[in-house]
Design a protein around this ligand. Structure first.
Ligand SMILES: [Zn+2]
Length: 303
């Protein structure tokens, strides 16, 4: 393209993978961010101060929750940052920021009461969203975006699903005008160096058009890490947004970490060396193109 008379075209801004990676390490450097620990408080401060660099609309939504298997109530906070025009239809991008207090999938049962580092399960999704916040500050998104870092996602137990995703359920139940949200995208476990992201089965069932739109963006960018296949159903924050606020919601998650034959999920092996800046970049690029591209028509995606 050359100078005079050339049409003005909005450039899609650049998602910086080194910066995203630094945001991942900034979290894991704090140690485990399990509720009630120093790491949890420090991480919360980190997120608030980082968001405040990029927007003056940052909210800490505090709440408490008592788990049936814990003696005391815990203090939690969802961290909310808003970008772009202050009114009108918007989209929501979310990730959970707490890390699991117990490595209960650790092969060595003596280590199962130790907290995980959560480089992938926790830090990776947040890292992508913090870098997106920087991008939104550089070039305001054409549609308003609300970023929410959900607390209290990962203190559930397998036989008590309601004790998972407590923060996103609280957020969804408190939301005053959920109809303003066109859709939501949740990112979780997106840092795996061996990245493979099928279409999460619940997303495909409840929000098929948006799911296919997102995987289509990945395909157009040449990212075959987004696999055009249905994956396992995952109980995650997106279900709370859909069930309790009626927001069409998709979960971008690579649950098999690192693959079907080995498992680092909810073990002490969930550390930065199992993750890669490139994986954050792939997911970040897809989200940048989702936000700055033409918005999808979501026929059938809202009840
Ligand atoms: Zn987890």
């Amino acid at each position: 393209m050359f100078g005079f008379g050339a049409s003005v075209r909005t450039q899609t801004p650049e998602f910086n993978q080194e910066k995203a990676w630094d945001f991942l390490l900034a979290q894991t450097d704090l140690g485990p961010r399990a509720p009630g620990t120093d790491g949890h408080y420090l991480a919360r401060d980190l997120f608030v101060s980082t968001f405040r660099k990029y927007t003056d609309r940052v909210t800490e939504q505090e709440f408490t929750h008592t788990y049936p298997y814990e003696n005391n109530a815990y203090n939690f906070a969802n961290i909310i940052a808003e970008f772009g025009p202050e009114s009108g239809e918007r989209i929501l991008l979310g990730a959970h920021w707490d890390t699991r207090p117990w490595a209960d999938k650790e092969p060595d049962f003596r280590k199962r009461s130790q907290p995980i580092t959560g480089a992938n399960d926790g830090a990776s999704g947040v890292a992508v969203l913090l870098e997106l916040a920087r991008v939104f500050h550089e070039q305001p998104p054409p549609i308003p975006v609300t970023i929410v870092l959900f607390d209290a996602e990962d203190m559930g137990k397998s036989n008590m699903l309601d004790e998972y995703a407590v923060g996103s359920r609280y957020y969804a139940n408190q939301l005053e005008s959920p109809e303003h949200y066109r859709y939501a995208v949740v990112v979780d476990m997106v840092g795996d160096a061996d990245l493979r992201i099928p279409m999460e089965a619940n997303s495909l069932r409840i929000t098929p058009a948006l799911t296919r739109h997102i995987w289509g963006i990945a395909d157009s960018l040449g990212y075959d890490e987004f696999v055009d296949q249905a994956g396992d159903p995952i109980h995650d924050d997106h279900l709370m947004l859909y069930r309790h606020a009626g927001i069409p919601a998709v979960d971008i998650i690579d649950f098999h970490y690192p693959n079907r034959y080995q498992n680092f999920w909810h073990t002490l092996k969930d550390t930065p060396d199992k993750c890669s800046p490139r994986s954050l970049k792939i997911v970040g690029d897809v989200l940048v193109h989702l936000v700055y591209g033409n918005q999808p028509v979501l026929q059938g995606d809202r009840e």
